[in-house]
Design a protein around this ligand. Structure first.
Ligand SMILES: [Zn+2]
Ligand SMILES: [Zn+2]
Length: 228
């Protein structure tokens, strides 16, 4: 009881500097302003665009037959966002899973609401190793304020892949063929794929391909950060 009252009466403090936090994110105004925005980016995949680029799509997306309806990826994967995401991803730190979820929630609340969220699944071996799926933690956080379900188990990850970060974009695409399988019909649904970080977008695209096969009408990509 004391704990509940305490939470109601004392404003949360900033997770980075201990000043008083704003209401919807556990960060103070100064720390929030320090986060690196990804505001000049491709509308479909969130790849940062050159400042003088006038198109709303990147060269990759213009050439694609299918692409995401929209990408909500509000920050660049740079300090201090990278620190927060690592705390979420590698230690499942609840404090930071909450903040990363709050940041994504802020950005996603401006976008059209999808019918359901699908977190990028981990392969069962990875899940057993880590004990949690960071994308799932974020989706659960989003579902607290959005009136839509998280379709856990809607997609299986069939291939246990080593870290992809050292591979080229085309090697990634090749590696991801047959990596996912949809387990239920998504006919006419608008789905938002939820992940922590988007690197090349290859994983989300491979997943989206299976969701389209399962009938999804529209697919959005929601993540907190994009690698520059
Ligand atoms: Zn602060
Ligand atoms: Zn793009």
């Amino acid at each position: 009881m004391y704990h509940i009252l305490n939470n109601l009466l004392i404003p949360a403090s900033c997770a980075l500097c201990d000043s008083t936090a704003i209401t919807d994110v556990d960060l103070c105004t100064d720390c929030l302003d320090m986060l690196p925005p990804n505001d000049r980016c491709c509308n479909a995949c969130a790849q940062p665009l050159p400042i003088d680029e006038t198109s709303i799509l990147c060269g990759d997306c213009i050439g694609r037959k299918t692409r995401f309806a929209r990408a909500i990826v509000p920050y660049l994967y740079r300090p201090p966002i990278d620190y927060m995401v690592k705390r979420l991803k590698f230690s499942g730190d609840l404090k930071f899973s909450r903040i990363v979820g709050q940041l994504l929630n802020r950005a996603a609340s401006q976008a059209p609401c999808p019918d359901a969220l699908i977190p990028v699944p981990l392969h069962p071996n990875r899940y057993a190793e880590r004990g949690f799926n960071q994308a799932d933690l974020l989706a659960r956080h989003l579902a607290k304020s959005l009136p839509i379900p998280v379709l856990r188990g809607a997609v299986s990850r069939l291939k246990d892949q080593p870290a992809q970060s050292k591979l080229t974009a085309s090697q990634r695409e090749k590696n991801l063929q047959g990596a996912f399988r949809a387990n239920l019909s998504l006919t006419d649904k608008h789905i938002a794929i939820v992940d922590d970080v988007v690197t090349t977008g290859a994983t989300a695209r491979a997943l989206a391909q299976q969701l389209r096969k399962a009938g999804a009408r529209e697919i959005s990509l929601w993540a907190v950060a994009r690698t520059p």
